[in-house]
Design a binder for this molecule. Structure first.
Ligand SMILES: Nc1ncnc2c1ncn2[C@@H]1O[C@H](COP(=O)(O)OP(=O)(O)OP(=O)(O)O)[C@@H](O)[C@H]1O
Length: 343
C-alpha cells in the first residue's frame, strides 16, 4: 500500500495540457519536463495564468473539460503513469496516494455535512479500517494548525472562516497518509502570522511523514520559506528550476530575475524594487513558436522569435533560455543587460 512506502519520486515528461476556447484548443501547459525528487518540497511560482494550477491538476490526472491532457506522462513512483489511469484506479489514487488541496479548497467542503462526517466519508471511500484513528489524526492535525480540532470536526462549512477552511483543506490532504501531497495556494486566505504557522506545519509534517510535496504559489516568500527546490513557470513552460536558495541567490532566466527584482523584501532596499514591465500572456496570446517570454525580455534576440529555447542544465539547475545557453557567455550577458553582477 502506498502509505507504507517511502516518499515517491515524480517524473513529468512532455506534459501538454490544452483548453478548448473559441479560438480552438490552446496549451496552458506546454511540453513540461519536471522531476520531483523523493522527500523534497518543490515550489512552483509564476504570475497568474502561467499554468501552475493546471500542472498541479495534471499530477492527479484531474484536469476537467474544457481542458484535457493532450500529451506527455506523469510517472509517480509506486503508482505508474497517472495520465494512463482512469476510473476506480484513479479515484483510489487520489487521496490515498496523492493528497491535494486545490486552490478553491476553502469553498470545496460539503455544506450539508460536518467536517468530521466528511473525514469519515473520505476514510470509508478509501477503505480505511480504523475510523476512530482517522478522526484522532484529523483532530491532531487541526490542533497543530492552531484550531480546536474537536470543535472544527463538529462544525459545518458556514461556521468556519476562510482561513479555518483552508486549514481543514490541508488536513484533508494529509489525513489519509498520502505520500505525495499537492498544495495549490495553501495559504492565500491567511494573515501573515497564520501563514507562517501553516508553512512551518507543512514542513514538519512533510519531514515526519516522509512526503514528496509540491506547493503552488504566486508568492516567492512562501517558496523561500518552505521549498527545497523552485520551479518557475511562464506561459505554460518551466523556464527555470533548481535548489531554492541557489535560484533565489543567483537567478539565471530573465523572467526569474524580473520576478525577484520586483520584490522589495527579497532584494533589500525598497528603492531597488522594479516592477516587471508588461503583463503575462493569456492563452490566446502565448506565442506558438520561439520563446514565450520574449515580449517582456530585456535580452531578446532574433533567435527568440523562432527557436524554442533549449533547456540548459548545469549542476542541479536548469533554465530554458537562448541567452543562458552558453553558460559563461550568458552569465556576462545577463549581468551586462541588467546592470547587475551575478553572484
Ligand atoms: N477551464 C478553463 N477554460 C479555459 N481556459 C482556462 C481554464 N482554466 C484555466 N485556463 C487558462 O489556462 C491558463 C493557465 O491557467 P492556470 O489556472 O493553470 O494558471 P495559474 O498559474 O495557476 O494561475 P492562477 O495563479 O491565476 O491560478 C490561463 O491562461 C487560464 O486562463
Amino acid at each position: 500500500m502506498a502509505s507504507e512506502q517511502g516518499p515517491p519520486g515524480v517524473r513529468v515528461r512532455g506534459l501538454t495540457v490544452v483548453y478548448r476556447t473559441p479560438a480552438g484548443e490552446l496549451p496552458a501547459v506546454s511540453g513540461v519536463d519536471l522531476d520531483l525528487a523523493p522527500g523534497t518540497i518543490t515550489g512552483v511560482v509564476g504570475e497568474s495564468g502561467s499554468g501552475k494550477s493546471t500542472l498541479a491538476l495534471s499530477l492527479l490526472n484531474a484536469v476537467q473539460p474544457p481542458g484535457r491532457i493532450a500529451a506527455g506522462s506523469v510517472e509517480i513512483e509506486g503508482l505508474g503513469d497517472v495520465v494512463a489511469l482512469g476510473g476506480e484506479a484513479l479515484r483510489r489514487a487520489r487521496g490515498r496516494h496523492v493528497g491535494y488541496v486545490f486552490q478553491a479548497a476553502q469553498n470545496s467542503l460539503n455544506p450539508l455535512k460536518t467536517v468530521g462526517k466528511q473525514v469519515l466519508d473520505l476514510g470509508r471511500s478509501h477503505g480505511v479500517e480504523d475510523p476512530r484513528g482517522l478522526l484522532a489524526d484529523a483532530r491532531g492535525l487541526l490542533g497543530r494548525m492552531g484550531l480546536d480540532g474537536a470543535r472544527v470536526l463538529d462544525s459545518y462549512q458556514h461556521e468556519l472562516s476562510g482561513g479555518m477552511r483552508q486549514r481543514v483543506g490541508i488536513m484533508l490532504a494529509l489525513v489519509l497518509n498520502a505520500r505525495l501531497v499537492v498544495l495549490d495556494e495553501p495559504t492565500t486566505a491567511l494573515d501573515m502570522i497564520t501563514q507562517a504557522t501553516i508553512l512551518r506545519i507543512v514542513r514538519e509534517v512533510h519531514a515526519e511523514r516522509g512526503l514528496t510535496t509540491l506547493v503552488i504559489t504566486h508568492d516567492l516568500g512562501v517558496v523561500a520559506e518552505v521549498a527545497d527546490r523552485l520551479a518557475v513557470m511562464y506561459g505554460g513552460r518551466v523556464v527555470e528550476h533548481g535548489p531554492t536558495r541557489e535560484v533565489l541567490a543567483g537567478p539565471r532566466h530573465p523572467y526569474t530575475r524580473g520576478l525577484l527584482g520586483a520584490i522589495p523584501r527579497l532584494v533589500g532596499d525598497i528603492g531597488e524594487a522594479r516592477a516587471l514591465p508588461g503583463r503575462p500572456p493569456t492563452l490566446a496570446d502565448v506565442p506558438a513558436g520561439g520563446c514565450v517570454f520574449r515580449d517582456r525580455c530585456p535580452l531578446r534576440m532574433d533567435v527568440c522569435e523562432t527557436g524554442r529555447p533549449p533547456i540548459v542544465t548545469w549542476g542541479s539547475r536548469s533554465a530554458a533560455c537562448h541567452a543562458v545557453r552558453d553558460d559563461e557567455g550568458a552569465r556576462r550577458a545577463v549581468a551586462a543587460a541588467t546592470g547587475e553582477d551575478q553572484p
